[in-house]
Design a protein around this ligand. Structure first.
Ligand code: PGA
Length: 250
């Protein structure tokens, strides 16, 4: 529904500065900016600066995978929004399912991170999605709406800056993908929620994530409700990522 699709790579705890640079030498040798799409990369914190440097002459956006909500202080192991921005990030993932399920991040914390990112000038990409047990219990929308509730109270201009990534937990890294139709149903409900919360209608961007691959990306992004994809495993290989970001939209 947005005029530009977003193809976002989440490298997780893979590719340090050297690996990221080698990837980009390879990927950029065939990269061509296209008017109908944006490419975003979320490298590990330690590789942010080298990725920013490598893509400086392109329109590729670089984001952090996680930030802390406080401005600064005694938070060993954490990175502030200002530090990510200083390294050249313009966005950050918030509430990725691994943050929620492996590190116990709560909705309260994701809400604070979204607000800190907005205040510090980063685009928050809020990740939402249900587990397999929740899906089988028919609780998908209940869970997703609870995760969206952290946005309640934000001004329309702030809501307009947020990107949502719908990532069913059971589809992440498993090879199981939601069908384009199943994903569209959830996207439509997220869009309805965002509009009701005050987001200006045309600005809401909702990506799908979970086992996106060169072989299924075209079907996913051709759905009107899917404004792009957030890709883990298949974004780690430069050829595979070139295939995904170069997919034909005809
Ligand atoms: P995957 O990961 O593409 O490897 O399933 C997606 C994500 O976790 O963002």
């Amino acid at each position: 529904m947005s005029d530009k699709l977003i193809f976002a790579a989440n490298w997780k705890m893979q590719l340090g500065p050297a690996g990221a640079s080698a990837f980009l030498v390879d990927y950029l040798s065939s990269y061509v900016a296209r008017a109908d799409r944006e490419v975003w990369i979320f490298p590990a914190a330690v590789a942010l600066s080298s990725v920013v440097e490598r893509v400086a002459h392109t329109e590729i956006r670089v984001g952090a995978q996680n930030v802390h909500w406080e401005l600064a202080g005694a938070f060993t192991g954490e990175m502030s929004v200002a530090m990510a921005a200083e390294a050249g990030a313009t966005a950050t993932l918030v509430g990725h399912s691994e943050r929620r399920h492996v590190f116990g991040e709560t909705d309260g914390e994701t809400g604070k991170k979204v607000r800190a990112a907005l205040e510090g000038g980063l685009t928050p990409m809020l990740c939402v999605g249900e587990t397999i047990e929740q899906r089988e219990a028919g609780e998908t929308m209940k869970v997703v709406v609870r995760q969206l509730e952290v946005l309640r109270g934000l001004e329309p201009a702030a809501l307009a800056r947020i990107v949502i990534a719908y990532e069913p937990v059971w589809a992440i890294g498993t090879g199981r993908t939601a069908t384009p139709t199943d994903a569209s149903v959830v996207h439509a409900e997220i869009r309805t929620w965002m509009r009701a919360a005050g987001a200006p209608a045309p600005t809401v961007r909702i990506l799908y994530g979970g086992s996106v691959k060169p072989g299924n990306v075209a079907d996913l992004v051709s759905e009107a409700e899917i404004d792009g994809v957030l890709v883990g495993g298949a974004s780690l290989d430069a050829r595979s990522w070139a295939h995904i970001t170069g997919v034909s939209l005809d």
